[in-house]
Design a protein around this ligand. Structure first.
Ligand code: HEC
Ligand code: HEC
Length: 204
């Protein structure tokens, strides 16, 4: 089958020793949406456990400065959300709290969400990823030690929102990536999301 010949969206698990890090005081508030451990249960909430520290730092600084769109979980249809306003919390975070939270979450284990995906679109996404994204999001978007971040096994609904934010220039990362994403059609963005949801290819 075609999918066996494609680059895999591999899963790597990084268990970084965390004994030296104290659990930040306010982590329970974060856990209401992001879960105590990954993966989390709300489709539009990203998994943040095990992401690179710099990415977590940047995200929290950007939310605080309101230069990145902030959202609460998208709930309804049987999913009940906590009555907490993430964006109100984010603008109040101090530098030390951001450093403590980013360091702690980076030391946790990343666990990929296991969501269904479309084989044909994932195959197209694999090619797009190899051509345009692998140079920074290495190992099929699964490495937490490169300059970018983990995309493989991130929640699909969240990735769709993130890619659309970059394409609409509501959110910025690096000029090279932002330009690549701006040039993609809706179908190409969908194909990339299906590829990042396809970790099971790795074990087949
Ligand atoms: C009410 C739910 C809720 C709570 C509580 C919450 N978050 Fe979030 N968080 C979200 C949602 C939704 C997003 C996605 C925003 C978007 O659409 O980009 C998010 C995104 C993030 C991101 C960006 C991740 C990425 O990959 O770019 C980080 C980092 C983050 N949250 C950290 C925290 C921390 C730390 C806390 C506790 C202080 C916290 N969050 C509390 C809902 C929540
Ligand atoms: C030149 C390096 C580079 C290239 C090429 C690149 N990226 Fe990125 N990407 C980054 C960096 C760095 C970040 C983290 C930005 C931050 O810290 O806010 C990122 C973040 C992201 C995010 C946000 C993840 C999150 O958790 O919110 C998505 C989605 C993404 N990239 C998708 C892609 C896709 C799809 C491609 C290929 C079309 C691509 N990137 C190509 C460097 C790159």
């Amino acid at each position: 089958m075609l999918k066996h010949k494609l680059p895999f969206c591999l899963l790597l698990f990084w268990a970084i020793p965390s004994a030296a890090l104290e659990t930040p005081d306010n982590v329970e508030v974060c856990a209401a949406c992001h879960g105590v451990e990954a993966p989390i249960s709300y489709p539009t909430v990203p998994t943040i456990h095990g992401l690179p520290r710099a990415v977590l730092d940047n995200a929290l600084f950007d939310f605080r400065a309101t230069i990145r769109p902030c959202r609460n979980p998208d709930c309804g249809a049987g999913i009940e959300c906590p009555d907490i306003d993430f964006c109100a919390i984010a603008v109040e975070l101090g530098d030390e709290q951001i450093a403590a939270l980013a360091g702690w979450y980076a030391s946790r284990e990343y666990v990929a969400a296991n969501e269904p995906f479309d084989d044909v679109l994932a195959a197209r996404g694999a090619r797009l990823h190899a051509e345009s994204c692998e140079s920074c999001h290495s190992d099929g978007g699964s490495s937490s030690i490169d300059q970018a971040t983990i995309l493989c096994g991130q929640r699909k609904a969240y990735l769709r929102i993130a890619l659309k934010d970059f394409r609409a220039q509501r959110r910025v990362a690096v000029a090279e990536m932002d330009a690549l994403i701006r040039a993609f059609s809706d179908e190409e963005l969908t194909a990339l999301v299906e590829f990042y949801a396809s970790p099971r290819q790795a074990s087949q």
